[in-house]
Design a protein. Structure first.
Length: 283
């Protein structure tokens, strides 16, 4: 198992797609900060635009990558914690992780990597576990590069206006978000393995990240309400909806629900991937 993990990590760090993705994260971070700065400028110059921004209902299902800039940042301090929450809640990292995992997982099926080593393993399901560890490292690198680039870009745009607020709360948010994004990556891995290609995983991952599936969750919840379970909301337990909700003001109950949802998705998707790898012929 240890040698299998070493091989997967070697492939991760020697894959061109990994370094292209990390470089892309730098560009994404600078773009997001620049768009936030433009949003602040538009609010300052157009009171009607600011009023429209304040009327956005966070509880209404939405579609697309949305960043809700705080008008208080126009002339006040910009807490690093709130900036990170804004950018991660937009689900831009979910989109990037969908692309990264789909390319990484599909590549080993395409180049015959699995076929060459599968026969040497007593339990082929270990391939899924090893792959998840590599994905976890890749997602960790994406987080680190994205955050570092975000702080660098924010300092260039706002200078001393950017302040460190609550480091403890920031670590709490980042830890929860990392688990949710890792579980999301594991789900993308499962879809890629099950479909034997990356088209399905890309489509489903993009639909989830862009909030399209929120309308499906709402519809399912309404059917369940009609059946008599009035308080159940499916969206509360899905990965991307929890990503949208985590912030410094999030209640302990919501944090716990996000952690449990992320943990359950992670375990079930890894088990599903391992089962498929074990039962299906490798080709």
């Amino acid at each position: 198992m240890f040698n299998l993990i070493k091989m997967d990590l070697y492939r991760l760090f020697h894959s061109l797609s990994t370094w292209v993705m990390l470089l892309a994260m730098v560009g994404v971070a600078f773009f997001c900060v620049a768009m936030t700065n433009d949003d602040l400028t538009a609010m300052q110059n157009d009171p009607a635009y600011m009023e429209q921004s304040l009327q956005i209902d966070n509880d209404t299902p939405h579609a697309g990558i949305i960043m809700e800039t705080d008008p208080a940042w126009i002339n006040g301090e910009i807490p690093a914690e709130d900036l990170i929450v804004l950018l991660i809640n937009s689900a831009i990292l979910l989109l990037c992780i969908t692309v990264f995992v789909s390319i990484f997982v599909h590549a080993e099926q395409k180049n015959g990597y699995i076929k060459n080593i599968a026969g040497q393993l007593p339990f082929r399901g270990l391939l899924a576990v090893s792959r998840l560890i590599s994905i976890a490292v890749g997602i960790f690198l994406i987080f680190v590069v994205y955050l570092a680039a975000t702080f660098a870009a924010a300092y260039l745009f706002w200078g001393d206006q950017l302040v460190a607020d609550s480091i403890t709360t920031l670590w709490k948010i980042l830890g929860t978000q990392y688990l949710l994004h890792l579980a999301f990556g594991s789900l993308v891995m499962l879809l890629c393995i099950a479909a034997r290609n990356n088209i399905v995983s890309l489509c489903v991952g993009i639909l989830m990240a862009c909030g399209i599936m929120n309308f499906v969750y709402t519809g399912i919840s309404q059917v369940i309400h009609a059946a008599g379970w009035k308080t159940f909301e499916l969206g509360k337990y899905m990965l991307e909806t929890n990503v949208y909700q985590i912030s410094g003001s999030t209640s302990t109950e919501t944090f716990l629900r996000a952690l449990i949802s992320g943990g359950v998705f992670l375990v079930l998707t890894v088990i599903g991937s391992a089962w498929i790898m074990q039962k299906r012929d490798i080709r």
